[in-house]
Design a protein around this ligand. Sequence first.
Ligand code: NDP
Length: 308
Amino acid sequence: MTERIKCLIIGSGPAGYTAAIYAARANLSPVVYEGIEPGGQLTTTTEIENFPGYPEGVAGPVMMEELKKQAQRFGTEVRFGIITKLDLSARPFTAEIDGGTGSVQADAVIVATGASAKYLGLPSEQRFRGMGVSACATCDGFFYRKKDVAVIGGGDTACEEATYLASLCRQVYLVVRKDYLRASKAMQRRVFTTPNIEVIFEHNTKEVLGDDNGVTGLLLLSNGGTEHRIDVDGVFLAIGHHPNTELVQGQVDLDEQGYIITNRGRTNVPGVFAAGDVQDPHYRQAITAAGSGCVAALECERFLAQND
Ligand code: NDP
């Protein structure tokens, strides 16, 4: 017989675990499936210095382990496994686990599957991830104070990150593959009027250069075919994010960028909630994800009280 649970939480980042803490304390006996990347994106960052409550900062994997323990303390069951299919057509909802090796039925589901930063796909970029290659200036910019860095991308995120980094770093290169920025005019103006940002138009990144200590530069290739090296200590990818919505596509409403549309944590499907980066194209911070996890769990509790 298929196991029946009250509250299924998919994803184990700050949104998933915060939802679990609240759901467990509300006696919903939540079950968290950790997913492909247990602990979420924060496990790929080094130090987190902007999460309230850690005056000395905390390593991403350590914080996620603590969140997990906190959720377990109140009775959350955390399972290693991936939800591979979700049927939201009728309650109880059905989730297939690990490609069909098991399944569960849930009275309510909180989707906290996160978003993944897009990377260029270069082997050298992978080699230096966490050693100079980052996809989050707010998280890692502080480590490059008074150093030279590059931001790759020409959208609002790239411009915002370049402007933020310019306040910390000596020199910021903004590497843009076209001959114009896609960002809003206001963002462009900020970039062009910041003296220590240099925009390098019509260049792609051929390779991230580095040694055992981390990144030392970027090898760029102009659209005209010439190679050109810049010396930098850090490289920030800002070429977009991909919300992890594959499980719910065609079942819940998504916005034009593919993020789940929520209203106070609720999706358009009664009993299905979403929290964290999978429903947030704007802030993408651990603390906002955690806050939205709380909202989703409180709404889930209300829903189950009214409908069961
Ligand atoms: P966007 O998709 O808007 O921009 C991505 C940028 O990365 C584009 O310049 C794109 O180039 C470039 N790019 C994509 N792939 C590659 C590649 N392989 N190599 C080099 N460059 C690449 O993403 P954003 O994250 O900037 O923004 C997402 C959404 O969030 C947008 O709607 C944006 O307006 C919004 N946003 C708003 C903010 C605000 O209002 N404060 C802040 C941040 C985001 P190309 O132009 O050539 O395609």
